[in-house]
Every structure is written in structure tokens, then in C-alpha cells.
Ligand binder design. Structure first.
Ligand SMILES: NC(=O)c1ccc[n+]([C@@H]2O[C@H](COP(=O)([O-])OP(=O)(O)OC[C@H]3O[C@@H](n4cnc5c(N)ncnc54)[C@H](OP(=O)(O)O)[C@@H]3O)[C@@H](O)[C@H]2O)c1
Length: 246
């Protein structure tokens, strides 16, 4: 049994990760801005698994003080944080130069700067403990620069993956482990109503994520089919061919 902090736990992948980690016997620290959703999720989980401990705290990842206060508060609650899953994110975006820079800026501040802040707070705890498992949720969008409304989102997710790799490079051989997860399309609030190919249910997609995290894989494309082989195509296809795949 370990204690797992999940950010962005009020909906989608984060909420389902909480359910599946609880079913595997882990205690949970759940963070997001919508604390009413977190409270409802905590009630659901402790009803299903009365032996589990679930704590919730408000966190806005664009507010540095709120991130450090929540992470430090959870550490005080539990004494130790064994794993932190940096999952909070948004999917806004617009083609650059079309006057909608606010959407791109918000995405950059939440997905990249917010992930950096969360990693700072989590790593401070792990360095003090001398151990921990940092998990960063990137995206298959990180494989390549993407056009139009996806340009900024893809760049933030590539940045997240590089943060994870840099830390892994630094911490190799230490008791601090770093994983980066590249999800393909998984049903959630972020993509509600969008019709995209190869989308899987929240439960199925998150089962793949949880499996990869529990195995402490350095990196994983999930679900592995079709996304592991597609990652090779996405990374190496010549741009004109790649453009036709989108
Ligand atoms: N679903 C997919 O197909 C897919 C694919 C690849 C990667 N991902 C990544 O998976 C992660 C989870 O996304 P999802 O699909 O589960 O979407 P979602 O259902 O919209 O969930 C996003 C979560 O992030 C939280 N969040 C957003 N902005 C925040 C902020 N400023 N401060 C704190 N929390 C914030 C939201 O909580 P509050 O609004 O309550 O704060 C919510 O819990 C994201 O990083 C996303 O990029 C998703």
C-alpha cells in the first residue's frame, strides 16, 4: 500500500485513476479546483473501499502558492507521499496569430508552467524523503509538432515529457523514479462530444495508464495498441506524409 497524490482528480482520467488505484489498495490525496467534485469522489471511494484513506485539497496549478500549500498539506496529512501523478491539464487552443492568444497562453500556463510547479513541489518532498515516484501525464500529441488549434497543446505536452526525461536522467540509479505517460484518445470531459478515431472508454484507457504506472515504466504509450506502434510512425514519418495522417 502506498499513498498517491493525483492532481486534476475532479474529472476524467484523474478521477478514474483515483478509483482504480483505490481498488488496488492505495491511499489517495486528491487535488483540483472543483473541491465539491473531489468530496463526492472521496465519498464514492470510501464507500466502495472503507479501509482506504482519501484526503482532498484545493489546488490551482497556475497558482504557485496553492500548489505548494496542497502538496505540503498532503505530506503533513499522510507523513509520506510515495507517488505524485501530475495530471491536471486543459485542451484549449487556437491557430497562432488569429487573435485568440489567450487560449494558447492559458494552455501553456496550465499544462507546462503548472506541471513545472507541481514537479518542483513534488520533487522537494521526494528529495526530503529520499524516495518517491513522479508520474507526468503527457500525451500522444507530444510525438510531433501539430497544426492549428493543437500547436500549443502539443508543445506543452512535449515540454512535460522533456521535464520527465531530464529528471530521469538526473535521478537514474536513485530511489526517486520518474515515469512519463503518453495517452492516446481516452473519453473525458476534455474531449466530450468530439468524434475522434481510436478513442477508448475512460475505464479502459485508465486501466492501461494505471498498469504502466504500477509497473513503474520509464515511459508508456497507452493503450499500447494502437499507440505504441503509432508513436514510431508519428515520430519518423516525413512531414508531408505526417500531415496527411492528421
Ligand atoms: N483524454 C484524453 O484523450 C487525453 C489524451 C492525452 C493526454 N491527456 C491528458 O490527461 C490529463 C487529464 O485530462 P482529462 O482528459 O482527464 O480531462 P478533464 O476531464 O478535462 O480533466 C482535467 C482535470 O484537470 C484539472 N485542471 C484543469 N485546470 C486546472 C488548474 N488550473 N488547476 C488545477 N487543476 C486543473 C481539472 O480540475 P478542475 O477544473 O476541478 O480544477 C480536471 O480535474 C490532461 O493533462 C490531459 O492533457 C488526456
Amino acid at each position: 500500500m502506498t499513498t498517491i497524490l493525483i492532481t486534476g482528480a475532479s474529472s476524467g482520467l484523474g478521477a478514474e485513476m483515483a478509483r482504480q488505484f483505490a481498488a488496488r489498495g492505495h491511499d489517495l490525496a486528491l487535488a483540483a479546483r472543483r473541491t465539491d467534485r473531489l468530496a463526492a469522489l472521496r465519498d464514492e471511494i470510501v464507500t466502495a473501499h472503507p479501509d482506504r484513506r482519501v484526503e482532498t485539497r484545493a489546488m490551482d496549478v497556475t497558482d504557485e502558492d496553492s500548489v505548494f500549500a496542497a502538496v505540503d498539506g498532503f505530506r503533513a496529512d499522510f507523513g509520506t507521499l510515495d507517488r505524485v501523478v501530475i495530471n491536471a491539464g486543459i485542451g484549449k487552443g487556437a491557430p497562432l496569430g488569429t487573435g485568440r492568444q489567450q487560449a494558447n497562453r492559458e494552455t501553456a500556463m496550465t499544462n507546462f508552467v503548472g506541471a513545472l510547479t507541481q514537479a518542483e513541489a513534488a520533487m522537494a518532498v521526494f528529495r526530503a524523503q529520499g524516495a518517491g515516484h513522479l508520474v507526468m501525464i503527457s500525451s500522444m500529441s507530444a510525438m510531433r509538432g501539430l497544426p492549428r488549434s493543437m500547436t500549443t497543446y502539443a508543445a506543452t505536452k512535449a515540454g512535460v515529457a522533456h521535464l520527465a526525461e531530464g529528471l530521469r536522467n538526473e535521478l537514474h540509479g536513485t530511489p526517486i523514479t520518474v515515469s512519463v505517460i503518453y495517452p492516446g484518445w481516452i473519453e473525458s470531459e476534455m474531449n466530450a462530444g468530439s468524434r475522434v478515431p481510436m478513442m477508448v472508454s475512460t475505464e479502459k484507457g485508465v486501466a492501461s495508464i494505471v498498469h504502466a504506472i504500477e509497473k513503474m515504466k520509464p515511459s508508456a504509450h497507452v493503450p499500447p495498441l494502437p499507440w505504441a506502434p503509432l508513436s514510431v510512425v508519428m515520430r519518423h514519418a516525413p512531414l508531408p506524409l505526417f500531415r496527411r495522417l492528421l
